[in-house]
Design a protein around this ligand. Structure first.
Ligand SMILES: *[C@@H]1O[C@H](CO)[C@@H](O)[C@H](O)[C@H]1NC(C)=O
Ligand SMILES: *[C@@H]1O[C@H](CO)[C@@H](O)[C@H](O)[C@H]1NC(C)=O
Ligand SMILES: *[C@@H]1O[C@H](CO)[C@@H](O)[C@H](O)[C@H]1NC(C)=O
Ligand SMILES: *[C@@H]1O[C@H](CO)[C@@H](O)[C@H](O)[C@H]1NC(C)=O
Ligand SMILES: *[C@@H]1O[C@H](CO)[C@@H](O)[C@H](O)[C@H]1NC(C)=O
Ligand SMILES: *[C@@H]1O[C@H](CO)[C@@H](O)[C@H](O)[C@H]1NC(C)=O
Ligand SMILES: *[C@@H]1O[C@H](CO)[C@@H](O)[C@H](O)[C@H]1NC(C)=O
Length: 537
């Protein structure tokens, strides 16, 4: 009995999740990609993924079969440890080789997303700890160098499911070639290259690359602009939905981008305003820029003005030093009490430098419920402490004005690494005790970076928990809205409150409506009541 009552909410959350997915699947995307090639490597015949998307095979007679060195055939294999929590397509099969192999994609000209999918496991005859390889695009861009999927998976906290996303501009009459090159073997080890899935998807010409007709992003800290030109390649580092849950590739606007919750990276406390059913006005930016759900939630500082003026709303994002980064900040004013420019001015700091001294969402977008974004370029310099890993800080601080509420808001973030003057995007492998010469046993005992690993693992755990909680809250909202008793109690859906330093008892004096109406805690009892009563419906 006890077990069943615990299972009920979980089942319901899962059902709701499925329903959500189904409803997304039925709508037509806002952007139709001309080139859209999802390639399931190491597989023969068409396959479909969890979202019902068709993946093409890379095995003969597929026209996407790779070109290999003479007498150096690659092999295809299933992963040794089939994990039921990881999508079978494209992760559970791979192409592997001790020599280089090249995929050639005939595509139209223009910028493309290139996504690489890896499942860090061992395959028949291939020990996963010996996979070290370089990936080049069009013999020009180095996307990955001496890349080890198992070291990265270990560093990120254990999930073997890895993906990398790049943006590459393809010239007129060019193909898009991807070459996988194993790291040269040493006396003791023979290294190989592998890949589980590749995805090529077109994107709008000036989605991330700079348009000649618009001002280029400011180069933070320097009084100049920095144009993202076609000759550069980009690597997506993070794509975050502030105050929201993760959005799967199917929920994107047609470009199959994945969005994740920001909570693991939030270093300060915050308050989450949400408007789950808001109809957005796309008058400032194209409607394919980001999914609506990115703009329907945000993180703000909260109602305690005293606290806000003493602190920053801060995120810390892990980056490789020695590169330029494009930082895109997504905004949308969704709090009902803010109606005019000048009410929520704030300062934006990137990498501890002032990127914007008077940010104002309504001033930029022209109105409430109107999405807008701002791009910035920052150079993350190598510091003495750690040559290999660094943190990009995004910090917001309230600005001052007569009508100001002394708060800040952020709805979404995208961070891209820009290729350097050698056309390189690759950074070093994270520090690890997981060495290529170690015995085949797959259990690395991380000691040197265990604190970091634990931090990330906890962060991810919290993220997952919050994503689940969000779903539960949605369920509560749905329940409250559908039940007659709470039929008119709408404000509960606007946001849910989570406080750190604020302790939840504060009030925002400048807003007209009392905060209890706007935001409130859900008690466990409420969640339980809502979930159990809806089971009986
Ligand atoms: C795979 O799907 C494509 C596109 O729908 C189709 O043209 C092709 O014939 C299919 N191939 C196989 C082997 O079913
Ligand atoms: C792509 O590969 C094909 C075959 O190896 C080659 O003919 C072509 O020149 C390559 N294109 C680029 C842009 O590297
Ligand atoms: C997105 O914008 C395009 C062009 O402005 C428009 O034709 C299309 O109907 C819009 N789609 C949605 C779902 O609003
Ligand atoms: C906010 O962050 C900026 C940039 O790191 C820093 O200069 C400033 O002192 C911080 N303000 C507060 C109140 O912590
Ligand atoms: C930048 O700001 C962050 C967060 O406020 C702080 O932890 C870090 O020490 C600052 N770095 C420098 C170089 O001032
Ligand atoms: C490849 O990476 C491993 C692990 O980080 C390192 O030990 C090795 O020296 C690297 N090899 C090359 C050729 O860079
Ligand atoms: C607001 O924050 C300040 C500074 O942390 C704190 O002293 C004060 O008690 C808070 N006010 C309320 C109403 O919570």
């Amino acid at each position: 009995m006890g077990n069943i009552s615990i299972l009920k909410p979980i089942l319901l959350v899962f059902l709701l999740f499925l329903l959500h997915h189904i409803s997304i699947a039925n709508s037509t995307p806002r952007y139709m990609a001309v080139d859209n090639v999802p390639l399931n490597c190491g597989y023969a015949g068409n396959s479909t993924d969890m979202d019902n998307r068709l993946w093409i095979a890379d095995m003969e007679p597929s026209k996407f079969a790779p070109i290999e060195e003479p007498n150096q055939k690659s092999i295809t294999s299933k992963a040794q440890n089939q994990d039921s929590y990881v999508e079978t397509v494209p992760y559970m099969t791979a192409r592997l080789s001790y020599s280089q192999f090249t995929y050639v994609f005939p595509v139209t000209s223009g910028p493309k997303f290139v996504r690489l999918y890896f499942y860090a496991d061992s395959y028949s005859g291939f020990d996963g700890s010996l996979a070290f390889f370089t990936v080049k695009a069009n013999s020009k861009f180095t996307l990955l160098r001496n890349f080890s999927a198992s070291i990265l998976a270990n560093y990120l906290g254990g999930s073997k499911r890895l993906s990398k996303e790049f943006c590459i501009n393809v010239e007129e009459d060019q193909n898009l070639n991807l070459t996988f090159i194993p790291t040269p073997s040493t006396a003791s080890s023979r290294f190989f290259a592998f890949v589980n899935g590749i995805e090529i998807v077109s994107m709008p010409t000036y989605l991330y690359y700079s348009s000649p007709e618009k001002p280029s992003p400011p180069y933070v800290g320097q009084n100049v602009q920095f144009s993202i030109d076609n000759y550069r390649a980009l690597e997506m580092i993070l794509r975050l939905n502030m105050g929201g849950s993760s959005i799967s590739s199917k929920g994107d606007t047609g470009m199959f981008r994945e969005w994740s919750p920001d909570v693991p990276y939030l270093l300060s406390g915050g308050v989450i305003p949400r408007q789950p059913d808001l109809t957005l006005k796309y008058s400032a930016i194209p409607n394919y820029t980001a999914p609506d759900d990115v703009y329907r939630s945000a993180i703000t500082m909260g109602p305690n003005i005293t606290w806000n003026l003493l602190s920053n709303l801060t995120w810390g994002l892990p980056v490789d030093p020695g590169f330029y980064y494009l930082v895109r900040l997504h905004f949308c004013e969704i709090e009902p009490s803010i109606t005019m420019a000048g009410e929520r001015p704030f300062i934006i700091y990137l990498d501890n430098k002032t990127a914007e001294s008077t940010a104002d969402v309504i001033m930029w977008s022209g109105g409430r419920d109107t999405p807008v974004f701002q791009d910035y370029v920052v150079l993350i310099q190598k510091m003495g402490v750690d040559e290999h890993k660094s943190t990009l800080f995004i910090a917001l601080h309230p600005g001052k004005a007569t009508n100001a509420i002394y708060d800040a808001i952020l709805n979404g973030v995208e961070v891209f690494k820009l290729s350097d003057s050698n056309n390189n995007l690759a950074g070093p492998n994270p520090a690890s005790t997981f060495l290529p010469s170690s015995p085949p046993a797959q259990q690395p005992a991380s000691t040197s970076n265990s604190r970091k690993t634990r931090f990330i693992a906890i962060g991810t755990g919290v993220g997952l928990f919050l994503a689940l909680l969000t779903l539960v809250c949605r369920l509560v909202v749905w329940k409250l809205r559908t039940s007659k008793r709470y039929g008119s109690y709408y404000p509960v859906s606007k946001c849910w409150f989570w406080s750190d330093q604020n302790k939840g008892k504060s009030t925002r004096t400048k807003t007209s409506s009392p905060p209890e109406e706007l935001c409130r805690h859900f008690s466990l009892q409420e969640i339980k009541t809502a979930t159990t009563t809806s089971m009986k419906d």
